[in-house]
Structure formats: structure tokens, C-alpha cells
Design a protein around this ligand. Structure first.
Ligand code: COI
Length: 352
């Protein structure tokens, strides 16, 4: 195990933190965890003040995109106990992305050690007001100063944290995307790499200019099958049955997606992972068998879609009411996260 040095921030900003007024992703805690990959090994693991990196203008990640990331959350309960949700799954997925992008894997034990020490040190930043959490961003990027195209020899791994409220404040309106594509077979769709998100910005901006909040990607070959939104996985509830696009190399293997499927099964609900065509969705909306559509993701949590657009037409979807399956799953998931429900799948990792 690599030793981790700790240098405390002597100018804490915690007194400026107002947990009742949190803008998503704009407030950072006092410390970060950093580790360098040089000469073929990870070294110099350290917890230090959250501060800017110095980068050479030729830093290869900025040119050729060897940059991957994760998103996870820590939660505080009413007793002030802090726990992480499925962090080892994030460590494993980071390494799946690293393998696709020709980057070195990051040791899972160092990931867990750095992460838990960082959360302990910055524990005062974990908010405990409803709908809040500490969002945690592990990521890795190539640092060679070199403009030839090749896998970098040097990398930085970092984890920093932001206290957050909800990513979205209301049910979403999504445009089913028919022109632009997110991922193809053999591409990088399943990897959480920076470029996947950059490529979504233009079609998302177009959808937003048409009055939507987000895009709902379809497959790149026929634009016929649903995949995921620009920020989350998706689920449909058809006549009481939960249906979600099956895993493939064009889909991000969401950890919240996986938790939703498991919780739904634990609740005795039917879940199908399969291809879902846009035609099936439109037909279900028209014949009244579409009970709900909801999204799942770490940042966005679980949230309904109340309208989708396709070929210039807009279709309303019911998005409120206490009997919503998404609401029950959301509540169940929250209770596991904060420790008020038995954690039968051992998803929670206590920090303090
Ligand atoms: C997350 O949900 O954690 C993500 O990484 C998605 C990002 C668009 C905020």
C-alpha cells in the first residue's frame, strides 16, 4: 500500500459554508487527495489543500483527451454519522474506463484509503439538510508534456469534493435525439471519459433552445432504440413493470442504475433489461400503458421525466403522485444511504 502524507489546510473556508444555500458544484472543500504516476508506478500520494494545478501548455490530456472521472456521494444522517455509497464500485469502474483509454489502473486499496481519509478530514463539509450530500469527484488525466499522439507516460489522479444540493430542481423535459450520436459499438460509450460529455454539449444546447432540459440519446446506427440521457441512465414503468435499456458497450454502467434494479427486485417488482424502441415508448404513451419515465444517476439521483419530444411532437408523462414507483425506489435508496434501512447488499461504507 502506498503511504499517504497529510498536510492540513491552515486557512479553512468552512466558516463561509452555508449548507442551506448550496449551488451545485461550485463550492469545494478544504482538501484534496492527489497521487502521481511516474516511471510506471503510483507515488507521492498526498492529502493537501484544495488548490490549482500547474500545467504545462502541452499537457497531453488537454489535446488528446486521456481524461476519465467518477462521481459518488457521501451522506450524513441525523446523528452526524457519515457514509459513502458503493465507493468500491466507483474504484472498479474508474479502472474499466482507464483500460479503454490506455491509462494505468489506480489501486483500489489506495483509492479507498485516500478517499476515506479525505472525507474524515473534510467531514464538516458533509451537509445534513434534506436532499443534500457531499459530491465526490475522483478523476485521472494524462500529464505528459508532449504533442505526439501516444498514451501518456505520466498521469495525475485526484479526488476533490463539493457539498451539493439537487442537480435538477424539477421533473425533466427531454428531447429524443435523432441527428447526433453519443456512442457506437466499439467506441467509448461505456467509459466515463471526458470526451463523451463534451460531444453532448452541442445537441444538448440545441435541445435547450427548443425548450427541453436534456437530450435522450438513441443508438447511433438507426436512432431507434433508447440509450441514456446526457447525464443519467433511464427507466420506463410500463404497466407496473420496470424496463431499462440493457447493458452494452454504448451505455454507461450506472452504479445508481444497478442499485435501482436491485432495489426494485428486492421490492418484488418485475425488471426487464432489454432494447426499448422509441416506437414502443410513443405507443405506450398513446395507449396509456406508460406509467412513468425516470432517470437515475449519482448527481441527479432519481427524478421523473414529465415530457419527451420526438419528431417535433411533445408527449406528456405523469410525474407526480405518492404512488409513483420511482418515488418509492428513491426513498428506499435514500434510507439505505443514510443508514435508516438495513443495508443487505453491503453498499454503505461508514467513514466516521
Ligand atoms: C454523476 O452523476 O455523478 C455524473 O458523473 C454525471 C455528471 C454529468 C454530473
Amino acid at each position: 500500500m502506498i503511504p499517504i502524507s497529510i498536510t492540513k489546510n491552515t486557512a479553512s473556508r468552512i466558516s463561509t459554508f452555508d449548507q442551506n444555500n448550496i449551488a451545485f458544484g461550485k463550492i469545494y472543500t478544504d482538501h484534496m487527495f492527489v497521487c502521481d504516476f511516474e516511471d510506471g508506478v503510483w507515488k507521492n500520494a498526498r492529502i493537501q489543500s484544495f488548490e490549482a494545478f500547474q500545467l504545462n501548455p502541452a499537457t497531453s490530456a488537454l489535446h488528446y483527451g486521456q481524461a476519465i472521472f467518477e462521481g459518488m456521494k457521501a451522506f450524513s444522517n441525523e446523528k452526524g454519522e457519515i457514509s459513502l455509497f458503493r465507493p468500491r464500485d466507483n474504484a472498479r469502474r474508474l479502472n474499466v474506463s482507464a483500460e479503454r483509454m490506455m491509462m494505468p489502473s489506480f489501486p483500489e486499496d489506495v483509492f479507498m484509503d485516500g478517499l476515506t481519509k479525505l472525507i474524515e478530514i473534510d467531514s464538516k463539509w458533509v451537509p445534513n439538510v434534506p436532499n443534500s450530500a457531499l459530491y465526490i469527484r475522483p478523476y485521472m488525466f494524462a500529464t505528459d508534456a508532449y504533442i505526439g499522439v501516444k498514451p501518456s507516460d505520466n498521469y495525475t489522479f485526484c479526488i476533490f469534493c463539493c457539498p451539493v444540493g439537487p442537480y435538477y430542481n424539477k421533473a425533466l423535459k427531454v428531447k429524443i435525439e435523432e441527428d447526433y450520436s453519443r456512442a457506437v459499438r466499439g467506441g467509448t460509450g461505456y467509459a466515463k471519459c471526458a470526451g463523451n460529455y463534451a460531444a453532448a454539449l452541442k445537441p444538448t444546447a440545441i435541445a435547450q433552445s427548443e425548450g427541453f432540459d436534456q437530450i435522450l440519446w438513441t443508438d447511433a446506427i438507426e436512432h431507434r432504440y433508447l440509450e441514456e440521457t446526457g447525464t443519467t441512465n433511464i427507466f420506463l414503468v410500463l404497466n407496473g413493470k420496470i424496463v431499462t435499456p440493457e447493458k452494452s458497450d454504448t451505455l454507461l454502467q450506472g452504479i445508481t442504475r444497478d442499485s435501482v434494479i436491485q432495489i426494485a427486485k428486492d421490492m418484488g417488482l418485475d425488471v426487464e433489461e432489454r432494447k426499448i424502441s422509441v416506437d414502443e415508448l410513443v405507443e405506450a404513451q398513446k395507449n396509456g400503458t406508460l406509467d412513468e419515465i425516470f432517470i437515475s444517476g449519482t448527481a441527479a439521483a432519481i427524478l421523473n421525466i414529465d415530457e419527451f419530444g420526438f419528431k417535433g411532437e411533445r408527449f406528456a408523462v405523469s410525474a407526480d403522485g405518492p404512488n409513483k414507483i420511482s418515488e418509492k425506489i428513491k426513498q428506499h435508496l435514500l434510507e439505505i444511504r443514510i443508514g435508516s434501512r438495513a443495508d443487505i447488499h453491503e453498499w454503505r461504507v461508514n467513514v466516521t
